[in-house]
Design a protein around this ligand. Structure first.
Ligand SMILES: [Zn+2]
Length: 433
């Protein structure tokens, strides 16, 4: 085969760091099976709860030979992680741990995720692949905005972008009046940020008569929170950009588990992350195409190798191969992660927390809506609550008391300040907008 022929066979968006994305399935399966055996051996050796469950099911690490044997293994849940001693989920000596990341896995329950140098290197490699997969080039200039809410992933993302050869613009600014001159002067071609920040920027530009269209901007790289189809469309239309989503989980790598290709497939990096879909009630594996709970097994994680980790994420594995030519399977876009509604100033917020405060203050859970960003600035949210006709009939003072109580209790329960607006009945639906 000539060099010209090889070049002609490569997809247009091919980048050398993505070569593993195109492995023939048989080779990928061999690689996955080898890494699965290593993961299971390490997890069995270091995690008492998993060992106990495997003994109960009469399974030994030697019984896991290929990825077909995965279904024999017990699940690990978020509760398993948060209720146990964190050291019971540590598979590397403490002196090898170079980073701890605390994450709120469940309402009010925090877990500390350990990383070794090898884990951070792996995360970096996965991010570089995700960023290259969406077609970023050396000529791209990528803005990482953040201000006082600068996200914790910014350092890893900027390092991965620089490794690709793109120019990174780190900016503390959040307001379009401050950002637009930089976007224009440096020819920013991509903005990398959580979806709610990007949406806030688009809406602020519209309010201030600023125009994101007609600039060099061509991509929005969104991560860190589920993104609805409406949000994606709104951003794409208002800013004339193509949206690319990256999927991850704080307890594994976030982002860095799956990334979108130019034709829209959300490819799981299966050489380092085995994906299954199960029935959330029975735990039975579901066929490709059927929606259920995403279960992930890490392949190559050193400090905390997890087998059959129940993520709480609702999605499905796409049965058809992606037309981009990658052999990695795709999952459907993530619209919601279990009960988690959104991330507010870096704090995970669950519907149950909001509803518990409403129940305590109002005495019921009236229809409510969370608007992720307001005119007050990025990272801010507004909770809109329908008040009952009874309250409306009462004095203004009663409304003021209700408003003050909701603000106070939300901040106390969730840990961040909230803007609350009381609205008339039948004006909002439940859940975030
Ligand atoms: Zn694809």
């Amino acid at each position: 085969m000539t060099c010209q022929r090889v070049a002609a066979d490569l997809p247009e968006a091919f980048h050398p760091v993505n070569s593993v994305d195109y492995l023939p399935r048989q080779l990928l399966r061999h690689l996955q099976s080898m890494r699965l055996r290593q993961t299971v051996a390490a997890a069995y050796q270091h995690f008492p709860l998993l060992r106990q469950r495997m003994h109960k099911q009469r399974i030994a690490p030697e019984d896991i030979r290929t990825i077909d044997d995965l279904v024999k293994l017990p699940f690990i849940t978020k509760t398993d992680l948060t209720d146990g001693d964190p050291d019971d989920w540590l598979a590397a000596p403490k002196e090898k741990i170079v980073r701890y990341q605390t994450v709120a896995l469940l309402p009010g329950k925090v877990f500390t995720v350990p990383f070794t140098v090898a884990d951070l290197r792996l995360w970096h490699q996965l991010l570089v692949r995700c960023l290259a997969a969406c077609g970023l080039e050396r000529s791209d200039v990528v803005l990482l905005p953040g201000g006082r809410y600068l996200f914790s992933q910014a350092a890893m993302l900027s390092s991965a972008l620089e490794a690709l050869g793109a120019a990174v613009v780190l900016s503390p600014a959040t307001h379009p009046d401050q950002l637009l001159p930089t976007i224009k002067r440096l020819g920013v071609s991509a903005i990398c940020t959580p979806a709610s920040y990007m949406l806030a920027m688009v809406e602020q530009c519209q309010r201030h008569g600023a125009e994101l269209r007609g600039l060099a901007l061509r991509m929005a790289l969104l991560f860190g929170e589920p993104t609805s189809q409406q949000t994606t469309q709104r951003i794409e239309q208002a800013a004339e950009v193509k949206v690319f989503e990256f999927f991850g989980l704080d307890e594994l790598f976030n982002p860095g588990l799956a990334g979108q290709c130019p034709v829209g497939g959300l490819h799981v990096l299966e050489d380092h992350c085995l994906a299954e879909i199960i029935d959330p009630t029975s735990g039975a594996p579901l066929p490709d195409g059927q929606s259920g709970e995403l279960v992930l097994t890490t392949l190559g994680r050193e400090a905390m190798p997890l087998v059959r980790y129940r993520t709480g994420v609702q999605t499905a594995l796409v049965p058809e191969p992606c037309v981009c030519g990658r052999t990695l399977r795709c999952i459907r876009p993530i619209a919601q992660q279990g009960q988690q509604l959104l991330s507010v100033q870096g704090v995970s917020v669950w519907a149950s927390q909001i509803e518990a405060v409403l129940q305590a203050v109002v005495g019921a859970v009236p229809p409510y809506r969370i608007v992720p960003a307001t005119a007050d600035g990025w990272g801010q949210v507004e909770l809109q609550v329908e008040v009952t006709p009874q309250i409306i009939r009462d004095q203004v003072a009663a409304l003021e008391t209700l408003h003050a109580k909701l603000c106070e209790q939300l901040e106390s329960a969730i840990g961040v300040a909230w803007s609350v607006r009381l609205v008339e009945p039948h004006t909002v639906g439940r859940q975030r907008s």
